[in-house]
Design a binder for this molecule. Structure first.
Ligand code: PMT
Length: 233
């Protein structure tokens, strides 16, 4: 580390949590603060990369020196990532993307009714942005043109013991098909919003997993090092 190993490279980083609109005043969201994604953007900048930063909802400002695109919902994030990823050398999906969104958006605020009933919110699946990007790249053709050769995902797991978190991560890596996957355990006061993280970086080419723990900056530097190594193989 310390070297400008990404000089001349472009890295796309997503950060924060998506908000899936329900009505003009409400959304379904998650606890991502954006801190881990911000740290990755900073580490990539320090390594000399140009950084395109796609920000969902964050509790902190975007780092200085990046090109920022804002994205509220998962669908907006998908659009922004597709734009930003073309021609980039690597993509890091640190954003916490909602798997589901409300099936219906109502233009007026959902009101209480006099009969005391509560509404039922029906959800539909969001696209898996990461998996679709990898699939488009593998399929080649115009849709896959210029997509990054290195795509790194994160896996936010709520574990019931360390080995199962890694087992889930391993399966997620297979399913998503990205080059590397950073597996971290999350919970109400775990990882989300914190200044520290404790993660394992898994590689699709079967290389030895890399454990990393400490501040989110420490983890971010380990992720950037891992990307550099994958690029050199
Ligand atoms: O923001 P912080 O407070 O610092 O917290 C950091 C973090 C916990 C949010 C971060 O470290 C993290 O784990 N981010 C990924 C959260 C997540 O959405 O995990 P997932 O296991 O649901 O998704 C796996 C991967 O697929 C992720 O890279 C995600 O960006 C991507 N994904 C998920 C769903 C979806 N519909 N499309 C996607 O592309």
């Amino acid at each position: 580390a310390g070297a400008r190993q990404l000089e001349g490279r472009t890295v796309v980083v997503t950060a924060g949590g998506t908000r899936e609109p329900l009505d003009p005043v409400r959304f379904l969201g998650n606890r991502s603060s954006g801190k881990q994604g911000i740290a990755i953007a900073r580490a990539a900048l320090e390594a000399g990369a140009a950084v395109r930063f796609v920000a969902a909802h964050m509790d902190e400002p975007a780092p200085e020196g990046v090109e920022v695109t804002r994205a509220g919902s998962a669908l907006e994030l998908q659009h922004a990532v597709l734009e930003a990823a073309r021609g980039a050398d690597a993509l890091v999906m640190a954003a916490a993307v909602a798997d589901f969104r409300p099936a219906d958006y109502t233009d007026a605020k959902i009101k209480k009714t006099d009969d005391g009933d509560a509404p039922t919110i029906r959800l539909v699946r969001n696209p898996d942005i990461l998996a679709e990007l990898v699939a488009a790249r593998e399929a080649g053709g115009p849709d896959g043109a210029g997509l990054p050769p290195i795509i790194a995902g994160f896996a936010a797991e709520t574990g019931d013991g360390d080995s199962s978190v890694l087992d889930y991560g391993r399966r997620k890596l297979e399913r998503k098909g990205c080059e590397l996957l950073v597996v971290n355990e999350v919970g109400v006061d775990r990882t989300f919003g914190q200044d520290t993280n404790d993660a394992t970086i898994l590689f699709r080419d079967g290389s030895e997993p890399v454990p990393t723990a400490g501040s989110k900056d420490d983890v971010a530097r380990a992720v950037v090092d891992a990307i550099v190594r994958v690029g050199n193989r």
